[in-house]
Unconditional design. Structure first.
Length: 234
């Protein structure tokens, strides 16, 4: 596309396009004299679900040369993938990536209190008193941390699994919460983020791109304007 623009083959509203020009859905675009009709789906942001594996980092630059999730993703064409929140190197599970900066903010900014759901395996058992303590809130070194919900999910031997829901995404927050009550997290898997759950069919290291209808549903949840609509939902 950059070559076409450089050669003067692309026009927007009758004028030769320049690199960096912004095009809205209502603009008239021609390439080599032929009209191009942008489809509704082409104007939607892209959303990708990736099953992050332990040992992968959520960063493009790493002096240590560790494996990055971005090495395993398809190209985002003229844009780039942005991760919605991060998972540390030892945490696996649902990682959402998008080409929309606004959507990143809607998911990740603390003021929206979007729920994150985790499957947590610990060595030991959380007592009812400790569960109550976590739901009431505990003080960590960077402020108050509170678990929205916690429930036991079984386990074998000394290892117990718990389903944990929080509304923040601070660094290593789930691990630090359990460390506060004297328990060490041995496995941590994010299984849900806001309205999106980790698909059962998705295996470790695999990704799935949401189709246009699924993307539109997420935009509605986020109260973001849809194509051909200048208004946010009420």
């Amino acid at each position: 596309m950059e070559e076409w623009i450089g050669n003067g083959w692309v026009q927007v509203n009758g004028k030769t396009a320049q690199l960096g020009d912004k095009v809205s859905p209502d603009d008239q675009v021609t390439v080599k004299g032929s009209a191009i009709k942008l489809k509704w789906a082409d104007r939607l942001p892209r959303i990708l679900l990736y099953y992050k594996q332990e040992g992968e980092i959520v960063s493009r630059d790493d002096p240590q040369g560790r494996v990055s999730v971005f090495d395993r993703l398809p190209q985002a064409a003229s844009s780039r993938w942005v991760a919605i929140g991060r998972l540390d190197i030892n945490t696996s599970g649902l990682l959402i990536l998008t080409t929309s900066g606004e959507l990143v903010q809607r998911f990740a900014h603390p003021k929206f209190e979007v729920q994150r759901e985790y499957a947590v395996r610990v060595l030991g058992e959380v007592s009812r008193e400790q569960m109550q303590q976590l739901t009431q809130g505990i003080m960590l070194e960077d402020g108050l941390a509170q678990v929205e919900r916690i429930s036991e999910q079984g386990g074998e031997g000394a290892n117990k699994w718990y389903n944990v829901v929080i509304k923040e995404g601070r660094n290593r927050e789930v691990r630090r919460i359990f460390e506060h009550i004297g328990l060490t997290v041995s496995r941590l898997v994010r299984v849900g983020f806001g309205p999106i759950g980790l698909p059962n069919r998705l295996k470790r290291g695999q990704f799935y791109e949401l189709n246009p209808a699924e993307v539109a549903a997420i935009l509605k949840w986020a109260d973001m304007a849809l194509p051909n609509s200048g208004k946010r939902r009420r």
